[in-house]
Design a protein around this ligand. Structure first.
Ligand SMILES: Nc1ncnc2c1ncn2[C@@H]1O[C@H](COP(=O)(O)OP(=O)(O)OP(=O)(O)O)[C@@H](O)[C@H]1O
Length: 364
């Protein structure tokens, strides 16, 4: 028989079951269930106001849900426990470092609060700094560090106490583009090496796609979709999810037919087909959208069953390809041409294979 302690060890790192947080009439969080497996890199993705911070604050114990069925961290019920009694640590966008202390003192701070002796603190802080490649910066002052180094000090401080869950609140948001890309890779490597559970908050679909094991897309305090980065990118379940995941062309219409997973969407330019990726099967007549990624469109070929005509209004040379904008009967359509030969005439036919297009419900 496993002991209760063993059971706790098998439990997911994080379980937030049916949490709601209402601010007067505003539903900051509305009946949301989020779990994270041990060692998982889970991303909470959403635009401003979607409820990401509210969820994070509830996990950290900085705010309390209006209602919740369960809140467990590392298998332990933490409802009602103050932040410092929960085995979670938060890394904030603006680092939360003490500017008047050295790097070493900042990293050791959590251990000092827990009454750990000076020599053990130093040993552990040096090990944590080595993990984030800052071995020689122990005595530096915070203001002598670059943005990326400050973020790494904040990380070193957070991993030192070995939390069950590390919460990262837009940690790369303050960094410039180049550093942000480097830190994305570094963060994932660190997470893999430590085998720690990361819950990463961002509004950037690109960060979510490149870093996560799993993504939860939030909208208006609810979960719009969850799955692997590939699921979200290749099988958005709604018009909203498709738009958020960067689909360039969204054509609204109604469902005309459905067979073998492929839906026909009636649009002003005719009935067009794509793979239905909504959660529920479609109903004929329901409002729906056809999602067409620019790179999946083919210009100047009549090889496809689904196609329409467009008049080229802009060509932007991008090096590897040419970004093309076209006026069509369904509005402006963006496509990619791979050679100039595709663009010899101003009026072109744009086609696609039904398996490369997606059809989704307009709502949900
Ligand atoms: N203390 C509060 N009082 C009133 N409304 C609040 C409070 N905190 C959050 N809200 C509301 O709850 C909703 C969710 O907010 P939340 O801060 O969780 O969003 P977010 O996704 O983290 O946004 P951002 O990316 O801008 O931080 C918003 O409509 C917000 O205005």
């Amino acid at each position: 028989m496993p002991s209760p302690a063993d059971k706790a060890n098998d439990a997911p790192a994080l379980e937030v079951i049916r949490a709601s947080r209402h601010f007067g009439a505003v539903r900051g969080l509305d009946d949301v269930t989020v779990t994270a497996a041990r060692g998982e890199f889970l991303t909470i993705l959403g635009q401003s106001g979607s409820g990401k911070t509210t969820l994070l604050r509830i996990i950290a114990g900085l705010d309390h849900p209006t209602s919740v069925a369960a809140l467990r961290i590392g298998g332990k019920d933490v409802l009602g426990l103050p932040p410092h009694k929960r085995n979670v640590t938060t890394v904030f966008q603006h680092y939360g470092l003490f500017p008047h202390m050295s790097v070493g003192q900042n990293v050791e701070y959590g251990l000092k609060l827990r009454g750990v002796g000076a020599s053990e603190r130093r040993t552990r802080a040096e090990a944590a700094l080595a993990t984030v490649r800052l071995t020689d910066k122990y005595d530096r002052r915070i203001h002598q560090l670059s943005g990326g180094e400050r973020q790494r000090v904040a990380l070193a401080r957070s991993i030192l106490t070995e939390p069950d869950v590390l919460l990262l609140d837009e940690p790369l948001g303050a960094l410039d583009e180049r550093l942000r890309l480097d830190m994305q890779i570094e963060l994932v490597e660190l997470q893999r090496r430590l085998g720690m559970t990361f819950v990463f908050i961002t509004h950037s679909q690109e960060e979510a796609l490149t870093m996560s094991d799993r993504v939860i897309l939030m909208r208006g305090g609810r979960i719009a979709q969850e799955g692997t980065p590939r699921d979200l990118f290749e099988r958005p379940c709604s018009r909203f999810a498709g738009s958020f995941m960067g689909v360039e062309n969204i054509i609204d219409g109604t469902v005309a037919d459905f067979a073998n997973g492929i839906a026909g969407i009636a649009t002003p330019a005719g009935i067009f087909h794509g793979l239905w990726t909504g959660v529920e099967p479609p109903r004929v007549g329901q409002a729906a959208a056809l999602l067409l990624r620019a790179e999946k469109l083919r210009i100047g070929t009549t090889a496809f069953a689904d196609s329409f005509e467009g008049r080229i209004t802009a060509r932007i040379y991008k090096g590897k390809y040419i970004d093309v904008a076209m006026e069509t009967r369904v509005g402006v359509i963006h496509a990619r041409a791979w050679t100039d030969e595709d663009l010899t005439s101003d009026t072109v036919r744009i086609g696609w294979s039904a398996g490369d297009a997606r059809c989704v419900p307009a709502e949900g």
